[in-house]
Write a protein that binds this ligand. Structure first.
Ligand SMILES: Cc1ncc(COP(=O)(O)O)c(C=O)c1O
Length: 417
């Protein structure tokens, strides 16, 4: 693909984008923050693997087993290079971001050694934020219920920024787990500052990068986090595959999550020893073709260029912020300027329920947005609203599609006026 970003060229790679919905409405897909569409290259790679190369990995000692294992492990190489992981063995394949986050939370309560970093009890503290996705809230609630530790959180300012108040991270903090980019506000959080504060007291930092890795060039080494979770289906890959990255030394010390085949070194009737990382965290048959599909997605994103994708989305976001500003009573929840935000815009319209907004946009304009609390109910409670409408952009979106959204919103406004 050329170094010059050509959105029309990109769109041709996504078969669904040329679809018409019933009544001849062209599809306007503004819901990539929920799940992204897939290019032909990913679909074909997966089809070809299922059709011609499929078998189990690791434990199948025949030609197809070798081909499958090689392709699965090559996907690990690709993902490692994509996010700048110092070692391929630091990439653990999970089912999704939720499983990656649960893996870490569970490991804390699944003590198998005396490493004080993973020993949690009454008096210890876990820090999250009010803007987290439920996947980065509920696992920690479950962990404090199991261990007696305390859950604390950073608040959110009226502008939709993390309120990094003093006193949230203390000498008792064991782990700080926050989103890199909010799935509702679009806010990109100051990870380096959070990591600096956490590391000062010896706490670990887990980053939920589900909404950042698909949209920005990410260099794990530069971020300063100790563990990072993200998910394949939001970055042009299939569903059923997620990633946890962690520093080798940390992963080696971290107790395993699930027990089962291939995560062991040796098993006796009364005890087991564990395989080296990453396999220690990949019990059972992994999502083989899904990982290979994610590898193809990474190839595709690299081909377009993450810098170009970031710039394209930034231009779309600038365009949308201005255009949405002209819709009567529309209120953006989150940063209203371009600084420190990505291409996710959530908003309310006075007196109109987001479900009505979404339905009219879908039924009459073919515009797919997400409505509801977007698995971030505490954040909506913080703003005193039950729900928002969310438009989220990706590399294949155009300003023409934003025009369609805005036209639809003006219509919604008229209907309810
Ligand atoms: C910020 C954030 N974290 C976690 C998740 C969970 O991802 P998955 O459903 O792939 O586990 C999402 C998905 O919407 C998200 O936006």
């Amino acid at each position: 693909m050329s170094a010059v970003f050509d959105v029309e060229r990109v769109r041709k790679d996504f078969p669904v984008l040329s679809r018409e919905l019933s009544g001849g409405r062209p599809l306007v897909y503004l819901d990539s923050g929920n799940s992204s569409q897939k290019p032909t290259q990913v679909i074909e790679t997966m089809r070809d693997h299922f059709a011609m190369h499929y078998s189990n990995v690791g434990r199948a000692h025949h030609a197809l087993g070798t081909e499958s294992t090689d392709a699965y492990e090559a996907a690990r190489d690709k993902v490692a290079a994509f996010v700048g992981a110092p070692s391929r063995d630091e990439i653990i394949f999970t089912k999704n971001a939720s499983e990656a986050l649960n893996l870490v939370a569970y490991s804390f309560g699944n003590r198998t050694n005396d490493d004080p970093r993973f020993t949690l009890g009454p008096g210890d503290e876990i820090v999250i934020s009010e803007m987290e996705h439920h996947s980065n809230i509920v696992p920690w609630q479950m962990l404090v219920q199991r261990t007696g530790a305390t859950l604390k959180w950073f608040g959110v300012t009226d502008e939709g920024r993390l309120d990094l108040a003093d006193g949230v991270i203390t000498e008792r903090t064991k782990i700080v787990s926050v989103a890199h980019q909010s799935n509702v506000l679009g806010t990109v959080n100051p990870v380096a500052e959070v990591a600096r504060r956490a590391h000062e007291v010896g706490a670990l930092v887990l980053l939920d990068a589900s909404q950042s890795v698909p949209h920005h060039p990410v260099d794990l080494a530069a971020l300063g986090a100790d563990l990072v979770a993200f998910t394949g289906h939001k970055m042009l890959g299939p569903s059923g595959i997620g990633v946890l990255w962690g520093r080798t030394e940390l992963l080696e010390a971290m107790p395993p999550f699930l027990g089962g085949g291939e995560m062991i070194e040796a098993v006796w009737m009364d005890r087991s020893t564990y395989a080296p990382v990453p396999h220690k965290f990949e019990a059972g048959t992994p999502p083989i073709v899904e990982a290979i599909g994610l590898g193809a997605a990474v190839d595709y994103l690299n081909g377009v260029g993450m810098q170009a994708i970031e710039e394209h989305e930034r231009a779309l976001t600038a365009y949308a912020l201005e255009a949405l500003g002209e819709v009567p009573t529309l209120r953006i929840i989150g940063p209203k300027g371009l600084d420190g935000r990505g291409g996710t815009l959530s908003f309310t319209m006075e007196g109109i329920h987001p479900h009505d907004v979404g339905q009219i946009l879908d039924d009459q304009f073919g515009v797919a947005v997400r409505v509801g609390h977007h698995c971030a109910r505490p954040l909506h409670l913080r703003f005193g609203i039950p729900a928002t409408t969310r438009a989220s952009f990706y590399l294949y979106n155009t300003t023409g599609e934003i025009d369609a959204l805005v036209k639809g919103l003006h219509h919604v406004q008229k209907v309810f006026a």
